[in-house]
Ligand binder design. Structure first.
Ligand code: AMP
Ligand code: MG
Length: 417
């Protein structure tokens, strides 16, 4: 993993830091074949190629009558044309060729009999007393017929390798008969939290302590990405304890994610611990919230290394750095090519007189007028802003925002897909 820089670069721009991370990521090893029904959220390891046309035959998209349009060319209100009904074709049944001068009773999803080139919906046809059916206008050729292969052509790639499987994608795979899919093995992530002040909800809060809220946020974010997570809990602010936990975490995991202790204070032991067990680049990223971020690797006995990412402890900082850096990195480990969230241009309905020298990610909300409001308190300790907001405004360094201006908005829905 020579791509992990050994030196300590100065303050990095957000885009630069992301580019370094993504350049270092490589797909985890291992492919498994699983039931299509169980594949939601997994990543395809191989292209899905359709072995057939969908639909496999010309089908009727209405309940009605399949006809030869030419037979009804002269039909009008004054002079309807009546045809005898030569066959009845429900969905799922075989159709015989349509005899000239006759109509076939068909239903939605039924095979259109060979020779028929239009379907007349039943509301436009009248059964006559002698058992025939009358039409008062000529149909348009091709009407109400979904042609064979209209959705998918046989031999085409319907889902390329690297696709994250959505409910729609599972349906598409099933529509060509795929009962099982080859997917990339789940990324194995070990996570732990540093800080003597951390207490688990459910336990009484000692003086000076706070609850370990980040455990809940980060575990849920990892679960959304389909990772296999090992939670090693809270680790005390001690070098030996941090090193021990890192060694445990490196075993059988692709990525070690930590939270807190990545600054350079006396009580921050993550950096020296990772240096002792592997290597690390400490980054000061020119972003707010979230400045410190650590990236590196921890040795795994004699079988390689596990990636390491250390997030800052402040709840909004760890949340934002996860969304902006860890999420795309994890997606790349899973073999996903397209990892960037979509960014929307939206109107700011507020004024922020002073820009920050760092790239700000402001918690904002879409209002009823289709513009953006901003949460009043943008402190990196105020988790309320992340629940109130719908997403982040990506505000470049030194940029003041004037009401009415168009800003870059990244919805949380994009960052949590
Ligand atoms: P640190 O990055 O360890 O310097 O922590 C920065 C701030 O985040 C401190 O106020 C910590 O108490 C707080 N913090 C650290 N870890 C967590 C956590 N897991 N949950 C909530 N707050 C935390
Ligand atoms: Mg700490």
């Amino acid at each position: 993993m020579s791509t992990i820089p050994a030196t300590r670069p100065p303050m990095l721009a957000t885009a630069e830091a992301l580019a370094i991370l993504l350049a270092a990521a490589r797909r985890v090893e291992g492919v498994e074949t699983i039931d299509t029904l169980d594949a939601l959220g997994r990543v395809l390891a191989a292209d899905v190629v359709s072995p057939l046309d969908v639909p496999p035959m010309h089908t009727s998209s209405m309940d009605g009558y399949a006809v030869r349009a030419a037979d009804l060319a002269g039909a009008s209100e004054g002079q309807p044309v009546a045809l005898s009904v030569s066959q009845r074709v429900p969905a799922g049944h075989v159709a015989a060729p349509l005899a000239a001068g006759t109509a076939a009773r068909v239903f939605t999803g039924a095979t259109v009999p060979p020779g028929a080139d239009a379907v007349v919906m039943q509301e436009m046809a009248n059964a006559t007393e002698d058992g025939r059916v009358a039409f008062a206008q000529p149909p348009v050729a091709g009407e109400w017929i979904t042609p064979q292969g209209a959705d998918i052509r046989r031999g085409s790639v319907i889902l390329p390798a690297g696709t994250r499987l959505t409910p729609q994608a599972l349906g598409l795979a099933a529509s060509v008969g795929c009962a099982a899919l080859d997917v990339v093995k789940k990324t194995r992530v070990a996570v732990f939290f540093t800080g003597d002040e951390l207490t688990m909800p459910g336990e009484p809060l000692r003086e000076g302590a706070i609850y370990n809220s980040n455990r809940f946020t980060l575990r849920a974010l990892l679960a959304k990405l389909g990772c296999e997570v090992t939670d090693l809990g809270i680790v005390p602010d001690r070098l030996d304890a941090t090193r021990d936990t890192l060694r445990r975490a490196a075993r059988e995991h692709d990525l070690i994610l930590t939270c807190g202790g990545v600054s350079v204070g006396e009580e921050d032991h993550v950096k020296p611990a990772v240096e002792a067990e592997g290597r690390i680049s400490m980054w000061q990223i020119a972003m707010k919230p979230g400045k410190p971020l650590a990236f590196g690797a921890v040795r795994r006995g004699d079988e390689g290394e596990a990636f390491f990412i250390g997030l800052p402890g402040n709840p909004v900082s760890s949340f934002c750095t996860f969304l902006l850096f860890v999420r795309p990195f994890i997606l790349r480990l899973a073999g996903v090519e397209e990892v960037a969230p979509r960014v929307f241009s939206m109107r700011a309905d507020f004024t922020q007189k002073k820009g920050d020298r760092r790239n700000e990610f402001l918690r904002a909300r879409v209002n009823d007028a289709g513009g953006l409001d901003i949460f009043e308190n943008q402190s990196s300790a105020v988790l309320t802003s992340t629940v109130w907001g719908d997403g982040l405004i990506d505000n470049p360094p030194n940029h003041a925002i004037v009401a009415g201006e168009i800003v870059r908005f990244i919805p949380f829905s994009e960052l949590m897909r």
